[in-house]
Design a protein around this ligand. Structure first.
Ligand code: GLC
Ligand code: CA
Length: 553
């Protein structure tokens, strides 16, 4: 067993967590000042979004120097202090490592475009122009073509899957593979306990001389050419072997946004040097309202379907049984917050508690996005111009061209856009919620909930999370097998069979009260979000009720 088999991960977006020098931007000193809180809540592992030197075109995912901390966040002394204090508290720290691309301001790229004899040219992906135009029709995830002209040679293009200021690395080049492994080893030597491997499923590309056949768009986004290609596994294996040989207990947390359960199994098979776990971004049980074809999928209104959620987890739990831990999460920095996104009656605090219990007591590794543990909502902005991320800018342009009014566009963005999820952490009821004395770099309307008041209240979402994470550490909820129980369609109930104990989770996903017959045995109630009644082996749950029970063997 490795330490990370028991990881309960707290995701911190460093720019939005705690500001200590009142420039409106969160920093590492801020993270240090809140480590006690992270510990008190019951987390044992922190994933920090990128902290390396970056022009911040994509909030740190565009790195220009992998060996130093971005000055807006702090410096190497802060990093060392953060790691030491975290380790002292028994917390592990994992760093977000963008491995698919660098910034166009990285010295490798600057040299590659300006020096005819550059030894770094082959670090990136190039192609000659085709009939004076881009080499193929592949679309970038951030809109437009994946190709951008070499500013110093109009006949030549470089490849970028994300922003044009984020050129993709050429993983075919063994030098690139070695350089990335060296970066990881450097941070391990500085005390990092692991890495989130950003966008790793995209590091291999297909033959560049082919076009996508998807019709309807000039530059279609077509995963066939740049996601989950067979070579990804080879590159990954080389990297993992280097890292695990260097320090075996380093935790590798692979980000694979479009992975299904089979892919996750494939990328986590230990004997073939895979990641330790894989996190995707599609396990929220959402169904989309696609009635208006003008609205792209990402911004469509959505609802949580319990049927779909059950199917998803039954699949992930069965496919990954005996292979690796599924990751259990309601969201991250790339999508609006769970309480804003799924059209649930979230004014009822029981709903936030139910979502947490249902998800995190399953077999797997909880990954909680900062603020979720206090029932925080996203920011609401008052005008479309407040949205500056690339995806939003594209949407605004496209929908205006299709004669949508700004009010409608604003509503779509306020419900779904990622910027809303990147607001300052709400610590207390002072101005800017105790995040900073200055106006936060990302600011809009907030809802009044904060850590101070939540922790004083025994009935709060935060107190529930604390109790829940405590329970998660019990043998059955950490190690037990998972089994779905057959019930009413509005109930999600599962058993966790551990060595020493058995766990049972029953959640009522409806606005009516429901009865559920407990399996035989002397079940003891461990945690519930409201009063529940058990009589003659039948438990009655009120609307949106949830209850976890345990049985000693
Ligand atoms: C991942 C990150 C996202 C980033 C992208 C490019 O998907 O989660 O925030 O924009 O990779 O690095
Ligand atoms: Ca600051």
């Amino acid at each position: 067993m490795n330490w990370y088999d028991k990881a309960i991960v707290y995701q911190i977006y460093p720019k939005s967590f705690q500001d200590t020098n009142d420039d409106g931007i969160g920093d590492l000193k801020g993270v240090i000042s809140r480590l006690d809180y992270v510990k008190e809540m019951g987390f044992n592992t922190i994933w920090l979004n990128p902290i390396f030197v970056s022009p911040q075109v994509d909030n740190g995912y565009d790195v220009s120097n992998y060996f130093a901390i971005d000055p807006i966040l702090g410096d190497m002394d802060d990093f060392t202090e953060m790691v030491q204090k975290a380790h002292h508290l028994g917390l592990h720290i994992i760093l977000d490592l963008p491995i698919n691309h660098t910034s166009d301001q990285h010295p490798w790229f600057k040299d590659a475009i300006s020096n005819p004899n550059s030894i770094f040219k082959d670090y990136y992906i190039w192609h000659q122009a085709k009939n004076g135009d881009v080499p193929n029709n592949w679309g970038s995830f951030f809109g437009g073509s994946v190709w951008e002209k070499n500013p110093n040679n109009p006949d030549e293009y470089y490849f970028h899957l994300f922003d044009k200021k984020m050129p993709d690395l050429n993983w075919q080049n063994p030098e690139v593979q070695k350089s990335i492994a060296d970066i990881a080893k450097f941070w391990i030597s500085k005390g990092a306990d692991g890495f989130r491997l950003d966008a790793f499923i995209h590091i291999a590309k297909a033959n560049l001389d082919q076009n996508s056949l998807i019709s309807g768009e000039k530059y279609p986004q077509d995963d066939t050419f740049y996601a989950k290609l067979p070579k990804v596994k080879d590159y990954l294996a080389n990297f993992v072997k280097e890292i695990k040989d260097y320090k075996p207990e380093t935790f590798l947390f692979g980000e694979a946004s479009s992975a299904n359960a089979l892919n996750a199994a494939e990328y986590t098979r230990q004997n073939e040097y895979g990641c330790d776990v894989v996190v995707n971004s599609g396990n929220y049980g959402e169904v989309y309202d696609d009635s208006n074809p003008d609205i792209p999928g990402f911004f469509q209104d959505r609802k949580l379907s319990l049927d779909y959620l059950k199917k998803t987890y039954v699949t992930w739990e069965s496919v990954l049984a005996g292979v690796s831990l599924p990751t259990l999460t309601w969201g991250n920095h790339d999508i609006s917050r769970v309480l804003d996104r799924l059209n649930l009656p979230v004014e009822n605090a029981d709903v936030a508690k139910l979502l947490a219990m249902l998800m995190f007591l399953q077999r797997g590794m909880p990954v909680v996005y900062y603020g979720e543990e206090i029932g925080m909502h996203g920011l609401k902005y008052s005008k479309v111009a407040d949205f500056t991320d690339q995806r939003a800018v594209d949407l605004i342009k496209n929908l205006r061209e299709k004669s949508f009014d700004d009010e409608t566009i604003l509503e779509l963005l306020n419900n779904q856009d990622e910027m809303t999820a990147r607001g300052p952490m709400q610590w207390n009821n002072s101005a800017y919620h105790g995040f900073s004395k200055a106006k936060p770099w990302n600011w809009g309307q907030t809802q009044s909930v904060d850590v101070d008041s939540e922790l004083k209240n025994q009935d709060s979402v935060a107190t529930f999370y604390k109790n829940l994470l405590c329970l998660k550490k019990h043998d059955c909820f950490t190690n037990g097998d998972y089994q779905l129980l057959i019930t009413d369609r509005d109930i999600y109930a599962y058993l966790r069979q551990g060595q020493e104990s058995e766990g049972l989770v029953v959640t009522n996903f409806s606005s009516e009260s429901k009865k559920f017959t407990l399996p035989a045995g002397k079940w003891r109630r461990a945690l519930a979000n409201q009063a529940t009644r058990v009589s003659n082996g039948v438990i009655t749950l009120n609307p949106w009720g949830c209850c976890a029970l345990e049985l000693k063997k």
